[in-house]
Write a protein of this length. Structure first.
Ligand SMILES: *Cc1c(COP(=O)(O)O)cnc(C)c1O
Length: 423
């Protein structure tokens, strides 16, 4: 943690030479500018880059489909019926779960609905959902529609956590006191593991403990946490979690999402659930019984046979993750984000502020920078310089120095362009 940084370009180059993960950069495709140079890509929080191996993984499935037709379900090089299981082990290790606790299926918002169908069961006494104010819009729509589906009103049921006046992140102690004060009326706590706007990490272990003490169900949206920070879902003990695979996990646009259901619910046959044939007991699935018998564990929530062509690139990426290792990635991530923060503060003074928490343990690979008036023009200038980040109205520019493929020199270049664009 006592690492010190220097401002010069040579320092960035030296850091890259020393970086044990630097070679992973070559395993990804970087978008090019119009003039053919590699972009400074800092947008892994929105869409991760394509692993070089993704293409051949997809081509393998196209080939087997071409050669085998329906036989591919059982006789493809990687048979399609159990294909999703090729991802279970890696996925489980990535989120700190047992393989039976995770499944890759659907998309994030669909999985959130499926989980709420089982785990949000409001009663007169206990009907509230605790969420973040300004959560990702899809989550807000999902929560509101679930509340209405059960005949309640979002105005009365949605408890929203907000930063204190003048602050941009939510304090852990405020989450805890909200749970302690209102816990008896809360049916479900549904928070992001990492807030998409600020990059703030929530204390998932503490929140789960506090929520369970009050009898609440606890779920997390890990869209910005999976592949970004180390997770120990099984030990922390939330009831469920959902995430997408196209952000830090590099699964490709619209790739399937992930879902975690804690082991304690693996055989909760009485839970209501929206069922489909892929969640049916495997041994008898093809007997086409009219009676649904769910598989144990997270797989029991599957609905459909998954799109193999979309799973293939995710396999490619997960293999790279396993090689790199989440702990090594986290170490580099902390250093890279601190380096970016250091350079920003050194190079530029008043004109911007960083709303992401300054403490490394409270943030992932992200800085959200509040920029002054004329910000739109500012992000256009950056785009023209080949810097790809993410602008959110009205004034937030979010950048993700992703440890798997970004370098210290990327960060250095970004700050040069950032300073130039601010003028
Ligand atoms: C990216 C993201 C989503 C996107 O949902 P999809 O169903 O994958 O389109 C939802 N919630 C959060 C918090 C996100 O960051």
């Amino acid at each position: 943690m006592g690492q010190s940084f220097e401002t010069g370009a040579e320092f960035a180059a030296a850091m890259d030479r020393k970086d044990p993960l630097a070679h992973f950069r070559q395993r990804f495709c970087f978008p090019k500018t119009k003039s053919g140079e590699e972009c400074t890509y800092l947008c892994g929080h929105s869409l991760g880059l394509q692993p070089n191996t993704a293409r051949s993984y997809v081509e393998q499935e196209l080939h087997d489909w071409c050669e085998l037709g329906v036989e591919g379900h059982f006789h493809a090089q990687n048979p399609w019926v159990p294909y999703h299981r090729l991802l279970a082990g890696h996925t489980a290790s990535l989120v700190g779960a047992n393989p039976a606790e995770v499944v890759v299926m659907n998309s994030l918002t669909v999985n959130l609905h499926l989980m709420m169908a089982s785990f949000y069961r409001p009663t007169k006494q206990r009907h509230k959902i605790l969420a973040e104010r300004g959560a990702f819009p899809s989550d807000q729509y999902a929560l509101q529609s679930q509340i209405r589906f059960h005949g309640y009103e979002p105005e009365a049921c949605l408890l929203e956590l907000a930063p204190r006046c003048g602050e941009s992140c939510i304090r852990d102690e405020d989450v805890e006191s909200m749970i302690n004060d209102q816990g008896e009326s809360i049916a479900l706590i549904l928070l992001g593991g990492v807030n998409y706007a600020t990059g703030q990490i929530f204390d998932m272990e503490g929140i789960t403990r506090a929520g369970h003490r009050k009898g609440c169900i606890v779920g997390f949206d890990l869209a910005h946490a999976a592949g970004n920070i180390p997770l120990r879902l099984h030990d922390w003990g939330p009831d469920f979690a959902v995430w997408c695979s196209y952000k830090y996990l590099n699964g490709g646009p619209g790739c399937l999402g992930g879902c975690f259901v804690h082991e304690r619910h693996a055989r909760s046959w009485s839970l209501p659930r929206f069922a489909g044939w892929w969640g049916h007991d495997e041994a008898s699935r093809f007997r086409m019984d009219p009676q649904f018998r769910p598989m144990a564990g997270a797989e029991g929530w599957q609905l459909s046979n998954p799109p193999i062509l979309a799973l293939a690139p995710l396999r490619a990426s997960m293999e790279i993750f396993m090689e790199a290792g989440m702990d090594r990635l986290r170490t580099k991530s902390i250093s890279l984000t601190r380096y970016m923060e250091f350079l920003l503060h050194q190079r530029i003074s008043q004109k911007f502020s960083i709303i992401t928490p300054p403490a490394p343990q409270r943030r992932g690979a992200q800085l959200s920078i509040r920029i002054p008036a004329g910000a739109r023009d500012f992000s256009d200038k950056l785009a023209a310089a080949g810097v790809i980040g993410d602008f959110r109205e009205p004034d937030i520019f979010r950048v993700a120095p992703v440890p798997l493929y970004n370098s210290y020199q990327d960060v250095y270049r970004f700050v040069q362009h950032f300073a130039a664009a601010l003028g």
